[in-house]
Design a protein around this ligand. Sequence first.
Ligand code: NAP
Length: 294
Amino acid sequence: MIDAHTRLALLLGYPVEHSRSPLIHNTAFQVQGINAVYLALPVPAAALPAAVEGLRAFRVLGANVTIPHKEAVLPLLDTCTERARAVGAVNTIVCQHGDDPEAPPRLLGDNTDVAGFVAPLVDYRARIEGAAATVLGAGGAARAVTYGLLTTFRPARLTLAARRPVQADRLAADLAAVDDRGVLRVVPLAEAAGAVEASALVVNTTPVGMHPAVDATPWPAGASVAPGHLVYDLIYNPRRTRLLREAAAAGAVVIGGLPMLVEQAAAAYEQWTGRPMPVGAVRTAVQREIEHAA
Ligand code: NAP
């Protein structure tokens, strides 16, 4: 029931129509009986500063930020977490409300993609800690993935395999401060078979295999999959990509993108509401919606 006490959480992006965040957060608010509503707002680049000031004026609970504003929003905030600064992108804004109801909140930027990505891997710590890993792709998600792997699992070697190696070189240079053991290296995606075969963990951060082009796979030609592989695809639509189906058929352990999608939202939700997200109910709702839309 929306009334005069209803609090607001927002998504700022452009476009936002395909976002699953409203479903995720509104499901959680309803399940927990929290009087709040989450809306996705299309914000063109020129309107971003005004939209961020609006968060203060309307004293919102918090906001998510998506493409194309994840980097541009950083200088508009009061402060940000170390991981958001290192990754160079903010996907979550926490409005820090003080005791004075008339004072505008301070805006803290965070990057919850890091925690969202790491969460499903914690069960496999023994097989990936200190082992080699490969990340396919070098875009925005790859930055959070690389930061999460370097700071959580201390890989022996972390290979960034990108079709434009210059993009991966830039990523490696930007994250040099957290690569204190010098384990990052870059290879062209077409030449990544050796690195992939030698890795305990392979993470796909490219959109290759995403709906509707579901017959594509980013797995490098000529590389074989072994039962020792853990293959993690950030794509959540479809739930089982061709990459994951083929890896599972070869005996590898596989993880899809849905747990990360829910866990990155949960990390934001908890900071906004002070309560853990009911992730089971949320995952069921998102899965149902994806299957319905397919
Ligand atoms: P992005 O910034 O556009 O980066 C995509 C990366 O993939 C770039 O390095 C891009 O290279 C590369 N790439 C694109 N098409 C390719 C192709 N045909 N062959 C080889 N490489 C290709 O996108 P993003 O924000 O990182 O998102 C990437 C994927 O992760 C999407 O599928 C997204 O849905 C998913 N994702 C999932 C979650 C989750 O919570 N599960 C969170 C974030 C992202 P170029 O720059 O050369 O195009």
